[in-house]
Write a new protein. Sequence first.
Length: 90
Amino acid sequence: MAFTDVETAQVHEAVTSDPTGEDLCKLGILYSTGQGGEVDYVEAHKWFNLAALMGSEPAKYYRQEISDQMSTFEVASAQRAAREWLSTRH
């Protein structure tokens, strides 16, 4: 799935306001595919994890897919980053 520059900007904007699970899943896709930068599985996992918490079924699938390519340390780092992001939202 490819995103236009406008869609990429919209996703980043949504994350700073009131994101949906779909927004967070899209951000995970951006990081997992390297669209607009380098591939970053830790960051992608973080966003997929947060999207999954919001009920996104695709995010659950994508999170598992990239987890298989990550070390235990990387997964733990992503989970920690997701918790930190959640703590700043409340």
